[in-house]
Design a protein around this ligand. Sequence first.
Ligand SMILES: [Zn+2]
Length: 354
Amino acid sequence: MRQREKPMTPPDASGALSFPHATPPAPGAVTSVAPGVKWLRMPLPFALDHINLWLLDEGDGWTIVDSGLNTETTKQLWGEIFLNALEGKPVKRLLVTHFHPDHMGLAGWLTETLGIPLWCTETEWLFARLLSLDESAAFMENAQEFYRRTGMDEAMRAAFAGRGTTYSKRVTQIPHRYTRIGDGAVVQVGRQEWRVVVARGHAPEHACLYSPGLDLFIAGDQVLPKISPNVSLWPQEPEGDPLALYLASLARLKREIPETAFVLPSHGLPFHGLHRRIDRLAAHHEERLKEVEAACETPRTTAEIVPVLFRRELDAHQLGFAVGETLAHIQYLLNLGRLSRETRPDGVYTYRRV
Ligand SMILES: [Zn+2]
């Protein structure tokens, strides 16, 4: 019998997006994406191999948006940027969208070496400080307990339960002080105003920035053109509902940021088509919720549901995100009463469709 042909990939809604820049800037170089706004890239040693950072012209200096991961390569590339891309003007401020190490990693190093302040939201600063400081046995035990309940075997758990300790290795000293930006705040950058729009679910108080004058939207990790941003349940808040927060934030962004905005995401290429992308991301999560429900016709553990959502092979770094993401979908369904949870005698949770 002839093997069935693989069905063609359905035309994804991302096909409806447009990407004016076909290629990213080379390492150490910048690309102008709007008047006074430059784009640069830093490498990441993960499957997701890069992060986009932005330089905003203040007239007499620059605001840097996000810092890159704490690696020697990133520091070296920053040196090249300082030499080649700043037109002889100083850096005046670092603004960080959220605490994740690819964004916050060099915040300490940049603020220290350049003598500039860090601007970020309160929760992101606190979370960065907390994760970089608490490497106690109790912190790790809480994470172990959280992952034991998923039903994963010990080897799998050991592969990524050290999240707290890996954080401190991927960041330089988180600055001891910061300037707070909150939802609705307006950051003046040269002649342009940038409005802070806080989005939740990917990170606790993630700052997105919208400039009405430039119709430009710095999306951070909240809206990405090709991949679905990670939305995970973490051991620090085991009964949280990050997916509900994420979907509510997406809906709000659609209401408040125009479809015409040119979107500057932290990963992938800048694009037009914000509302179409938001719709696609929301639909993607609804599909995944249905897959989880269908899998739970008979009681399942989290470990059994992970391969339903993630069919490809995962390395340890990806597995941590996959487990968290699976739990975020489970928790959302639990709160809606679409799943119920039971605790087995060994402490592992099982879930069943209601
Ligand atoms: Zn992130």
